[in-house]
Design a protein around this ligand. Sequence first.
Ligand SMILES: [Zn+2]
Length: 375
Amino acid sequence: MATKKRFKLKSDAEKKLKIIGIIIGIIIVLFIFYRSNINDLKKIGYSEKASKNILLKFKKKEIIHLGKNKTLNRAFESSDYIDKNFTSYSKIKYQNHKNIIKNINKLLKIGYSNEEISLILSRGNDKDVNEFTKRKKVRYLEEFFSVSYSKLRNYDRYISYMNNSREDEETSVLYVNLDMDKENYKDAKKIEDFSYTMLVNKHHKLEKDFVPKDLKTVSTDYAREKGIKANINAISQAKKMIDDAKKDDKNIIINSAYRSYEDQEDIVNTYRELYGDSYIEKYVLLPGYSEHQTGLGIDFGSTDSKIFIQSDEYKWMEENCYKYGFIHRFKSNYEEITGVKNESWHYRYVGKKAAKYIYENDITLEEYYIKFIEK
Ligand SMILES: [Zn+2]
């Protein structure tokens, strides 16, 4: 009897073991299946976290069909994911913003299309977009923000500039980005760094102690007097230009170049005493706002003619200076943007690439700066 009972006990234990074994087997198979699904998703570019949530939400089939998509990846990583916005996530262009999915949800709720949301996201940072979601649906969205250098945070200024000036959308974006809706010299942006394409004007100022890089004295073979300083590269290109002009019988000379903040202050004071405030306003830049302080602004003259604009040297420079990295900075057709009257003698070293573009497209340094540098 005892043996029989023992035998029965043994077979019960075996049965239990078998069942446990089968269960473990199933778990292992399921786990392998689960991991291989995750690996399928990771292979096309989804993160571990996103892949797990994709499986959890039964979206693998759609995701495999759509392929790699950064916005979707982020959506599935985020706790802000909303299932009904799935198609929109797949169509909205990704930006690396912390709260991109949360902001997309808000913008969809306001009623923007996927294309409009892609534009909105591309024209500001996370904070700008978040601020923008607090507005009701805005007008002229596409008109303003399809301009590549437009900024979300300037929206109100664009609208008010357009209404006041009757300029078109693109011009309004450009002029507002240039702070032309602000008074001259008011709340000017401080310039941090030296570069050949730096912008110094009535809205971009240099600090009193700003001293540019690589100043060097110009030899009197090329300058009207001793002690004129300028940027080392600007000088070497100016020398080449002056030498080449000479081969064409044009006699160009450097009249003035680097001026410190204090030098500009002296000039302003002298002219103010002589001609009064309105003259200063019209013709002289206040200290900190002159690009002579960068060492990149150079005033050229002709040794053959007193009035530069009437000289052959001026005509030669108009056609050739860009080849040496210089631009005619203040032309009469640029006055509205530069805020400075035509100065036939004042040239600015910006480097050859920028100079060529500015010359060929006949634009101001301001426009070049907004379109290619500030971004
Ligand atoms: Zn000048």
